[in-house]
Structure formats: C-alpha cells, structure tokens
Design a protein around this ligand. Sequence first.
Ligand SMILES: C[S@@+](CC[C@H](N)C(=O)[O-])C[C@H]1O[C@@H](n2cnc3c(N)ncnc32)[C@H](O)[C@@H]1O
Length: 380
Amino acid sequence: MRYLGNKTKLLDAIAEFTRERGVPVGTVCDPFSGTAAVARHFRALGWRVLAADHMMCAYVLARSALGTAGYPRLGALAPSLDGAAPAAGLPAESVDLARAVHWLNVHAPPREGLCTRQFSPAGSAGRRFFTEENARRIDGAHATLLEWRAAGLVEEGAFHVLLAALLESGDRVANTSGVYAAYLKDWQPNALAPLELRVPRLLADERPHRAACEEAERFVALSAPHYELLYLDPPYNHRQYAAYYHVPEVLARLHTVVDPAALEGSLYGAVGLAPWTERRSEFCVRLRRGGVMRAEAAFARLLGAARADHVVVSYNEEGLVSRSAWELLLREAFGAREIVFRALGYRRYRSDADGDRRAYQRLAGRGRDEVREWLFHARR
Ligand SMILES: C[S@@+](CC[C@H](N)C(=O)[O-])C[C@H]1O[C@@H](n2cnc3c(N)ncnc32)[C@H](O)[C@@H]1O
C-alpha cells in the first residue's frame, strides 16, 4: 500500500543492521507497524513478531501478514466458488484463497454502500476518491466478505487476509497523490483501472505472532513480559496518519462498529473525514509543554516502558527529533550503555501531486531528492 514512511525499500538494510549489531533472533515488538512490511520481513527471517498500530487499517494489514500459518483453507466456502488456479508463483495450497479472491473480483455483486455514497461522485458530496464503478465494487466485495464471515464461511484469519487484499486493491485505484488528505480533480490513470484484488504471499511458520490495534506505549509495556528487540519506526513529522489515511481507515473500521450508519453520518467536510482526534499522535507534535517537546516526552515514556535489551530506531533526518535528542533519549529513558548510529541514503518519495514543482531544501553535498534515514541501535 502507498503509505508515508513505508520501509519496503529499506528492509534488507534494517535487517542487516540488526544482525550486524548482534541482536539475537527471538521476539521483536514493532508498535508502529504501518503497512506491516517490516513486521512481515522479520517474520520471514525467523522472528516471532508482536506488531501494533493505532490505525485499524494498519491492524488489518498486520493481521493479514501475521495472523495465519500459511494459506487458509476455505473448506465451507470452497464448494460455492468456481475454479480459479493459484496465482503465478504462489503454491498449490493457496488455491482456496485464489478462488475467494477470484469470486470477489468477478462475481461479488456491486452495491451501493458507504464507499459509493461518501467517496465517489455518486454521493451527494460528489467526492472523487474512487470512480462510481470501483466504489460500488468495493462496497460489493466488502458486503460479500461480511456475509461470508457472518455465515461462518471464513474464519477470522482468512477474513483479515481478504479484507487487507480489498484495502490494498482500493488503494491502487484511489484518485489521490498517495494520501487521502485530498482527492484529485481529474481522474488519474490508476483510478480509471478496474479494481482488482490480489492474492498475497503468506508465510507458513507457526510461531505465536500477534497483531493489535493499540496505542504504542501500552503495547510496548504490555504485549509481553520480555522481547529481544524493540523496533521503532514512528511518525517523524506533523502529518497525522489518522487524517491522511481516513478512507482505508473507515473501510477497515466499518465491520467493527455497532452502528455503521452512525459512523457514516459522522463523516464531514470536503473529503469526508471521520472524527479522528482521539487518534491524534503525540509523536507528531512539535509543541513544547513545560519546556519539553511533546514528541520527545512521548518517546521518553515509550522507551521507559520497553521490555527489551535492544532497540533499533528508524527515523527520517527531517524529523521533529534531532539526532542528539535521540541519543539522549536512548541513554536516559532506555538506559542504553552503547549506541550505534547509521545513516542510509535513499531518494525522496515524491507524490504525483508534488511532481517536479515542489522544491525541497537540498542539503550540502547531496544529490537532488537525496534524503537519509537514520538508524540507531541501543543496547542496555
Ligand atoms: C512511519 S509509519 C510506520 C511504517 C511501517 N514501518 C511500514 O514499513 O509501513 C508510522 C506508524 O505509526 C502509527 N502511529 C502513530 N502514532 C501512534 C501511536 N500513538 N500508537 C500506535 N501507532 C501509532 C501510524 O499510524 C503509522 O502507521
């Protein structure tokens, strides 16, 4: 999924840094799991993973990446699905999932639901996040999935895998520059393409992983009495994910609320934002309170609650917290005896809306758009 701060391109570098620093493979706690790219990568490398995020859409992605041991069998559902073969490159055991995905792509009847009414031009607000056709297909696939679940035809693991596939397919056809703070005036080529769910590649180990929708500080303190590594990939600037990803968030929350009509009725403003301030993140706030920066105070509480001997932090060099402040936090709040710093260079992500127009400051000695991700390893 297109997601700010997604570490897909840095997975090998993060894993290599962790290995090089001598962190023993065991349990890793990732309380800012986002797309679950890092959580999934740790899982693939033999770790047991505890992943959380306070966004429900991120939880659905983490549950999909961690919540099954291999491809779910959909025995009760299978007879009513017509034959689709496993996707190219996926194993034979993915066939049930391939059939369910095929059904959602081809046979689930399009319907009018929240997505059509709120996020397509068919609604009274005329929002253009999705074409009407794609919005109706998202609503139809979503409704079918909920019917399967209510009838006991899919278990929770498979349900979340399919819901994650739906959120990801929706993101591929969203008429945005990558975030949902605004939709684009003209339809982009990706938005005009038909919605298509894909079968994800699932991992098969049976370690007791866990995904949760929870506040980071609470998860770090309570998810386990001890884990080997705390991996922190927090937001680094003022952009609040709850506002920037409100569309997938509402779709992910819809089945969890007692009153879906009330949730829909609460959407407001030009982009149909759901009230989100209860998920305002302190880690995104620069303001000082009592002489201390709020983000730093929140990191201090988080590090103080850590149940690990090692912390690895990923943080963008343009973030709210300076390198020296991070080192102080790791020493004082976590109790680090040793801190190692590394900077990884990569090309800045420019959303389509940025194009070439937006001028970012170019730092001395750097290429255009070259930014650095900081990695810290702290041991106590
Ligand atoms: C930089 S992103 C993580 C990216 C992720 N590692 C990936 O590769 O996709 C930061 C995440 O922190 C989450 N977040 C922000 N504040 C949080 C909080 N107080 N508790 C839990 N999660 C939070 C956001 O929802 C977002 O998903």
